[in-house]
Design a protein around this ligand. Structure first.
Ligand SMILES: [Cu+2]
Length: 312
């Protein structure tokens, strides 16, 4: 249960307090109303109380049931507001990270150009996430930090927090955003500040894993991380997009500007399919579903992807 988890961020205590107070008030009412109901069933049942009495209003009662709920609602409002209002303003010296949400993955981009699929953050430092969506409305949720915010295309949104405990926490999309919505599931890794600084300074490693691997293996990992397999398979079955099985080097029928034509699936074609997917549409598939990856994949990445496709 998240309620019992530790103070993973500066917002945990405020949110949990509001939650427990509201839960507590709800429980009091549940118990109080149930007991009153049972008592009335007993007291006013037909045998004991055969003759119904007409009651013509009671000012005292009316005042009581207006004033008490108003106070309770104001108490709930107060604690809710107290826990929430400072979520809306990040400290000036926050560490900025750009979040890019798209169907169906999150990418985190750091100011020095580092780009990852796991959110790495330093402990005890204010972190501000600038939220961007490339397509539809997503919502970024980190339950252990008690933060959640919609990611809306064309709108500047942000969230901030101070991670307070080392560890790995869940992060996911909570706005149903299409077929593979459930793929939008990642991790937040909180590291001590010196360890984070070392990780951050090493810009030679773009990706999250540090293992040495073949270009084809890198290609596969990049595709997995960035979410290509949400729409493409490697076993010949169709999803939203064509399967990659046996694609490399084969002739492919595409529609270019309304004209059908045959092209060889070579390096150029694959690169173009990734940077400008809507130029040539594979016959039998829909235009506009795959978005250009121009800002997210370097030429190196594309080379590694091609190496992987060759193995299929
Ligand atoms: Cu989403």
């Amino acid at each position: 249960m998240y309620i019992l988890s530790t103070q993973a961020s500066n917002f945990v205590s405020g949110v949990d307090k509001a939650f427990l107070i509201i839960l507590g008030i709800s429980f009091l009412f549940l118990i109080g109303l149930t007991l009153t109901m049972l008592y009335f069933i007993y007291k006013y049942n037909r045998k004991k109380h055969p003759q119904a009495t007409q009651i013509k209003g009671s000012t005292t009662l009316e005042i009581v049931w207006t004033v008490i709920p108003t106070i309770l609602v104001m108490v709930m409002f107060y604690y809710g507001w107290a826990g929430w209002h400072f979520m809306k303003k990040a400290p000036e010296d926050s560490f900025n990270i750009k979040v890019i949400a798209r169907m169906w993955n999150f990418t985190f981009e750091y100011e020095n150009g580092k780009r990852t699929d796991t959110l790495f953050v330093p402990k005890n430092k204010a972190v501000k996430l600038n939220l961007n969506s490339m397509d539809v409305v997503h919502s970024l949720y980190i339950p252990s930090f008690r933060v959640k915010e919609d990611v809306v295309p064309g709108k500047e949104k942000m969230m901030w927090f101070i991670p307070q405990k080392e560890g790995i926490y869940e992060l996911f999309c909570t706005e149903y955003c299409g077929l593979q919505h459930s793929y939008m599931y990642n991790w937040v890794k909180v590291m001590p500040e010196d360890q984070f600084d070392n990780w951050y300074a090493d810009t030679t490693r773009q990706e999250t894993t540090a293992v040495i691997e073949s270009p084809a293996a890198s290609g596969k990992r990049i595709m997995k991380n960035i979410g290509c397999f949400a729409c493409h398979t490697v076993d010949g079955s169709k999803l939203v997009g064509p399967s990659f099985k046996g694609l490399y080097g084969e002739m492919q029928t595409v529609v270019t500007g309304g004209q059908e034509r045959q092209v060889e699936a070579d390096d150029e074609y694959i690169k173009k399919s990734i940077y400008d997917p809507n130029a040539d549409i594979v016959k039998g598939f829909n235009k506009g579903l795959m978005l250009p990856y121009t800002n997210q994949l370097s030429e190196d990445n594309i080379r590694q992807i091609i190496e992987y496709l060759k193995t299929l």
